[in-house]
Design a protein around this ligand. Structure first.
Ligand code: MF3
Ligand code: CO
Length: 262
């Protein structure tokens, strides 16, 4: 069952999404060469607590941290560590979740640590654009497959891979609600989107040889690595379904989008 949110629930989801978006943005400003990913995790945890929230990821199926920090060919679910020091040229994805006033928020972004690596930047740009293209489809009357297929077509048209074994999702009182929103699929298929649904759209993209890519989970039981890839990118937005998409919160920030497009 895909839950339709009431006006009050939407207001809370929006408030949470906006607050979490601000925290994620501050984290991107802290992500510099020489910084350990654990330092980012500590800050995230503190900032979430300061606004009366709780990090949803912590303890979720035993996950040990408040954010996920995935570097280069790691796609998602990298565990922050004191030993993992960001280096110039790294591509860092930050995924963050919060529970506050009974409702969840979940956002992700990808940043380039200094350097002007145009190849890496291009892949980030395609992933960012795939988010926008997916969000454009996330509206009343469309089907989940319209979102999935738009993302897949766009990414595959650049010879890049979409990840198959992690997907977007509904969000509300739970971090993961129905429906699943894969980054691959067939237009016109899947559940119909209706006003009041809230979805996390989150393209996960890597360079690689195949259109569809199944990521490998490392021995730490979490870190999802794209085999054969050198770099991956992940952006996530929370979208309220209406006649046109209403973005409650996004990990794609304006200055970043402008930088990528250069
Ligand atoms: N943000 C991820 C998602 O949207 C969940 C992270 S898994 C966790 O599915 F363990 F880190 F929580
Ligand atoms: Co998510």
């Amino acid at each position: 069952m895909i839950r339709i949110k009431s006006r009050e629930e939407i207001a809370l989801l929006r408030e949470n999404a906006e607050l979490l978006q601000a925290i994620l943005f501050r984290l991107t400003e802290e992500a510099r060469a020489g910084v350990a990913t654990l330092e980012l995790d500590r800050k995230a945890e503190r900032w979430i607590a300061e606004i009366g929230g709780r990090p949803t990821f912590k303890g979720y199926r035993g996950y040990p941290a408040s954010i996920c920090t995935s570097i280069n060919a790691e796609v998602v679910h990298g565990i922050p560590s004191a030993r993992r020091i960001l280096e110039s040229g790294d591509v860092l994805s930050i995924d963050i979740g919060m529970m506050r006033k009974g409702f969840c928020a979940d956002l992700a972004t990808t940043v380039l640590i200094e350097g002007a690596n145009s190849y890496r930047r291009k892949i980030m740009q395609r992933a960012a654009e795939a988010l926008q293209i997916g969000v454009e489809q996330t509206r009343a009357g469309k089907r989940v497959g319209d979102v999935s297929s738009a993302i897949q077509k766009y990414i595959n048209s650049y010879g890049l891979s979409v990840v198959t074994n992690f997907v977007g999702h509904g969000i509300g009182r739970e971090m993961h609600e129905e429906p699943q929103v894969p980054n691959y699929g067939t237009a016109g298929q899947g559940p119909i989107l209706k006003e009041g649904m809230v979805l996390c759209v989150e393209p996960m993209v890597a360079d690689g040889q195949s259109d569809l890519l199944e990521v490998e989970v490392l021995e730490d039981d979490w870190t999802a690595l794209a085999p054969g890839a050198t770099v991956a990118a992940h952006y996530e937005a929370m979208v309220l379904i209406a006649a046109s998409p209403i973005v409650l919160g996004t990990g794609l920030f304006e200055p970043q989008a402008a930088l990528l497009a250069r």
